[in-house]
Design a protein around this ligand. Structure first.
Ligand SMILES: NC(=O)C1=CN([C@@H]2O[C@H](COP(=O)(O)OP(=O)(O)OC[C@H]3O[C@@H](n4cnc5c(N)ncnc54)[C@H](O)[C@@H]3O)[C@@H](O)[C@H]2O)C=CC1
Ligand SMILES: O=C(O)CCC(=O)C(=O)O
Length: 528
């Protein structure tokens, strides 16, 4: 893949760069100017960023070769994921690689701010000695309110419980079980949390809902002398409101790693002695950066090889182990999708996919996407991949429905069924995997079959009578085309032959096959 070019616009670990260099042509341009990046982005197949580079519409529209954006880190608020999705650009991040570091930084900022560590450090090094100005408070016995009990919030909860804190949390999007698991008392509203907490720490993503979620009104609800920490994203706690609350004494201390405007210079929050600040260092540990760098390099390499990438943001989330289980089904679903336009020349209105048996308990959304990728890839000039297949199907007016049934259908342990509707008639296909993980198409329009969807398959319908199959296979043989597998099935006086062949069927041979007496229809299906 040395002809594939990747640009890395921010510092990532050497271990990650080494992996990239072994496979790709790497341009490591930490700190490149925006203007230059806009000028040259069209030369690259992949872009790797951290939190500073803004991957917006302007940038991706110029990235005409871009197939992948790798976020070396967690938050994706600097990436316009929709703009990437529309262009089929995969966006992947490394969500689990720096969470421990961010949780530890949260604790560091909290301790440092309640014990005046940073201020006392500067005081002592400035040639002074005094204890009076620096009396702090203990964490022991305090009520800590965690807003967002996700990966980092839950790690903060676990760590603070060992300090003897009572943990309360507000997160409307998680199950009660998760609150219990992390020893956090569930609060149904943000207001309840704000009124009870001695310390508040935010761990939500930054989005329209969370940006400014703690503002003037919310700070007014807090206990007098509340302490706050933000190691998530600048602006989740409104900065202007925080300045006012620090000035009035409502907020006794703050620990901040992130700011509304980054890089942050002369932020008014820097003027307060009781505010401890760090320049977005949450993920900046040797261990986290090594994990992040290696993880994003591996994913970009996989993405450019056309493999499914574990942490794709613009696809349904699947765990690495789930992906391993799903992979053969993904191939099957894609192959099933690719059959339609090879068999029919009519536009599709609606697709109904059914997943039955054990597969119904998996993330079948990915299989639907695989089916649509197979369906559309052959007929659209635009690049269709797992990322934009759903959008492209919608744009073409194809309605997609999914049905899951965890009981066996037609005796198959797992079965994927597809009904593809057009104005005139439907195509119905069913496929399964054998115990050994080999995909088979087991039914086409009511004909039982066992078509192996690889290579070239001649699919024919003929009268169910003697004297048709012989001349048909002879025509293949005389054209020097070897048959590797063949299955004949019958329904209502019609046969369907599925003949796997080892070499291409040229137009002349196809014409001869069609002219065999009793043959009604012949199509050649090509599978990847
Ligand atoms: N300072 C740093 O260097 C780092 C910062 N981060 C940031 O930390 C934050 C948390 O990251 P993770 O824990 O990995 O994310 P996560 O996605 O695992 O957890 C976020 C949680 O917030 C909850 N949430 C969403 N909207 C909410 C709302 N309106 N009210 C209450 N809860 C809400 C979600 O349900 C979820 O449980 C993100 O903003 C991320 O960008 C992450 C890594 C390093
Ligand atoms: O160190 C970085 O690149 C930023 C870390 C971060 O904020 C994140 O991963 O969300």
């Amino acid at each position: 893949m040395k002809n594939r070019r990747v640009i890395v616009t921010e510092r990532i670990a050497e271990e990650g760069l080494e992996l990239l260099r072994a496979e790709l042509d790497v341009d490591y341009r930490d700190g490149i100017s925006r203007a230059e990046l806009l000028d040259i982005i069209g030369e690259y197949d992949a872009l790797i960023v951290r939190s500073v580079t803004k991957v917006n519409e302007e940038l991706v529209s110029r990235g005409t070769r871009l197939k992948m954006v790798g976020r070396a880190g967690n938050g994706i608020d600097n990436i316009d994921v929709d703009a990437c999705t529309r262009r089929g650009i995969i966006v992947a991040n490394t969500p689990d690689s720096n969470t421990i570091s961010a949780a530890e930084q949260t604790i560091a900022l909290l301790l440092s701010s309640v014990r005046h560590t940073a201020e006392a450090n500067a005081f002592l090094k400035g040639g002074n000695w005094d204890r009076k100005p620096f009396r702090g408070v203990e964490l022991y016995g305090k009520t800590v309110g965690i807003v967002g009990l996700g990966r980092i919030g839950s790690m903060v909860a676990t760590r603070l419980r060992s300090f003897g804190c009572r943990i309360i949390a507000y997160d409307p999007y998680i199950s009660d079980e998760r609150f219990e698991r992390f020893g956090a008392e569930k609060k149904n509203t943000l207001e309840e949390l704000l009124r009870e907490a001695d310390i508040i720490t935010v761990h939500t993503p930054k989005n329209e809902e969370t940006y400014g979620m703690i503002g003037e009104r919310e700070l007014a609800m807090c206990k007098d002398g509340v302490r706050v920490v933000n190691c998530a994203r600048g602006g989740i706690i409104n900065e202007k409101a925080l300045v006012d609350a620090l000035r009035s004494g409502k907020v006794a201390s703050a620990g901040l790693d992130v700011f509304d405007e980054e890089p942050a210079y002369n932020n008014p929050l820097f003027e307060f002695k009781n505010v401890v600040v760090t320049p977005h260092l949450g993920a900046d540990t040797v261990e986290a950066q090594r994990r992040v760098g290696v993880n994003i390099a591996e994913q970009v390499i996989m993405g450019l090889k056309g493999e499914l990438v574990p942490n794709v943001v613009n696809l349904p989330t699947v765990l690495r182990e789930e992906l391993e289980t799903l992979r053969p089904y993904i191939d099957l679903a894609r192959a099933m999708g690719s059959m339609y336009y090879q068999m029919e020349k009519a536009p599709v209105d609606r697709v109904e996919l059914g997943f039955s048996g054990e597969i119904a308990n998996q993330e079948t959304g990915l299989l639907t996407i695989a089916f649509l990728t197979g369906l559309l890839s052959g007929v659209m000039s635009e690049k269709i991949n797992y990322v934009n297949a759903r959008i492209k199907a919608e744009e073409r007016g194809i309605k997609v429905f999914e049905k899951k049934e965890d009981k066996k259908l037609k005796g198959y342990v797992n079965l994927i069924t597809a009904r593809i509707f057009n104005h005139e008639h439907n195509l119905e296909i069913a496929g399964t995997l054998t115990g050994g993980g080999r995909p088979y198409i087991v039914e086409i329009n009511g004909f039982d079959t066992d078509l192996y969807p690889r290579g070239i398959v001649v699919l024919a319908e003929n009268d169910d009578r003697p004297g048709v199959i012989g001349p048909f296979t002879t025509a293949l043989g005389e054209a020097g085309i070897n048959i590797s597998m063949m299955r004949v099935s019958s329904k209502d006086g019609v046969n369907m032959m599925a003949v796997s062949v080892d070499s291409n069927v040229d137009d002349a041979t196809l014409a001869r096959l069609r002219s065999v007496s009793g043959v009604r229809k012949v199509r050649v299906l090509r599978f990847k």
